[in-house]
Design a protein around this ligand. Structure first.
Ligand code: ATP
Length: 410
């Protein structure tokens, strides 16, 4: 496979000063790799014309493709056009078609100076092709140089993405697109060991494991094996991970839960204490969730658990709010009251305070109520942070719904 080299430059003081996270580099790099465009460098530069011009001159002379994002808009800190003009020794000239287009939107601005600034975006490097903006007003610019191609794209990811795909039509795929497995309830290291073993027979398949609390993603790459072998390797990895895999097609965990409940024709409800509605929020994030998700109760205080979910005061007094007994009654209570097939409950100690030797921070109890009865279980998550514990508890609750609805008699 012929490999060409590329570089990515993200422009913006907000990026180098840590006020915004650069997500464009990752998106662009993922799109370049399967096209045989090895990314050799990724650089972030603040809003400084001379620094950017120096960087661009060096990269444009070294790589087959250089992509910049940001600094293309109409404001004073939008310097990419000027820097590229300096670096490549090309004049900026107004493009008549762009002038006409931008003039038609310029009057939308209140201040005459702002209207004038908008027209700066009609300046094009001589000989450049421009890519139309589908959302904002800033067009992207593509310049053919002696060495390769330099493409200037806008900063906002929603404007950058469609232009990137337009640009990349000229670079055909030379490798299969990565396969992605979603894994829940397994540590990053466990997932890594299982996948590594499963991939022993596939030397030209690469993989990486990306972990978030409660959610692990395994990405498999074509390193010269082709799509058929990559797909076979993905099946082997999925088999090794067994029922810990919730998707092989890049869905999120809530999407997988909603899809399997819909397939089985089952309805869902949740009763949440320490996750405070995070499970319900995750489920309702999914378009079409109304077909299966009926609702939830956030029962944080004991008296709400009693009054709204029917948890017995004796249960709370004897076993405590964080106990399998309470979790079981919460799940049963919300299942009865909302009249659903499957209900899940969460009650735990998210921390940082409130832990005891018996019930340490990170201990979370879950209940599952379904037509086949009520069960409860306890998990001890690493007490790293309140956020991480709540994220892990949310993922576990979603996983319990997933296992219940997919194992359902259907
Ligand atoms: P605009 O026409 O919106 O001015 P622009 O090309 O000038 O586009 P910038 O002004 O550099 O873009 O960035 C606009 C916003 O886009 C930033 O405030 C930031 O929120 C987002 N953004 C820019 N670069 C990146 C990046 N590399 N990753 C993620 N978001 C980014």
């Amino acid at each position: 496979v012929h490999t060409r080299s590329s570089a990515i430059v993200t422009v913006g003081s907000e990026l180098v000063e840590g006020l915004r996270i650069d997500t464009n580099t990752a998106e662009i790099a993922r799109a370049l790799a399967p096209r045989g465009l090895h990314v050799a460098e990724a650089v972030s530069v603040g809003d400084d014309v001379s620094v950017l011009a120096t960087v661009l001159a060096r990269l444009a002379a070294s790589y087959d493709l250089v992509i910049t994002t940001g600094g293309l808009g109409p404001t004073h800190d939008d310097i990419t056009r000027d820097a590229a003009s300096k670096a490549l020794g090309l004049q900026l000239v107004p493009d008549p078609e762009l002038v006409a287009k931008l003039t038609s939107v310029a009057h939308l601005h209140k201040h005459p100076e702002a209207a004038e600034q908008v027209l700066r975006q009609a300046l094009v490097l001589e000989g450049a092709r421009w890519i139309d903006a589908t959302i904002g007003t800033a067009p992207g610019l593509v310049i053919e140089t002696a060495r390769g191609v330099v493409a200037l794209l806008p900063g906002p990811p929603s404007e950058m993405s469609p232009m990137l795909h337009d640009l990349l039509r000229r670079y055909p795929l030379v490798r299969a697109l990565p396969h992605e497995l979603g894994v829940v309830g397994l540590s990053e290291s466990d997932a890594q060991v299982l996948v590594q073993r499963a991939l022993g027979r596939y030397p030209s398949v690469g993989f990486t494991v990306l972990a978030h609390p409660g959610d692990v993603r395994v990405l498999l790459f074509d390193e010269g094996c082709g799509e058929r072998t990559l797909a076979a390797a993905a099946r082997s990895a999925a088999a090794a991970l067994d029922d810990r895999v919730y998707t092989t097609v890049g869905s999120t965990l809530p999407q997988s839960v909603i899809a399997s409940a819909a397939k089985q024709g089952l309805t869902i409800a949740v009763a949440e204490s320490c996750t405070g509605g995070m499970v319900a929020a995750a489920l309702t994030d999914v378009p079409g969730s109304s077909a299966v998700f009926k609702g939830g109760v956030v029962a944080y205080a004991d008296d709400v658990k009693t009054a709204q979910l029917g948890v017995e005061s004796e249960t709370l007094a004897m076993h405590g709010a964080v106990s399998e007994q309470t979790a079981a009654e919460m799940a049963q209570g919300v299942r009865d009251r909302l009249g659903v097939d499957v209900a899940v409950s969460v009650t735990g100690i998210a921390g940082p305070d409130g832990g005891t030797p018996d019930k340490p921070v990170g201990m979370v109890c879950f209940g599952v109520a379904s037509p086949s009865g009520v069960t409860a279980l306890t998990r001890h998550f690493p007490a790293t942070s309140r956020d991480a514990t709540r994220a892990r508890a949310t993922a576990t609750a979603l996983d319990l719904i997933r296992l219940e609805v997919s194992g359902a008699k259907g």
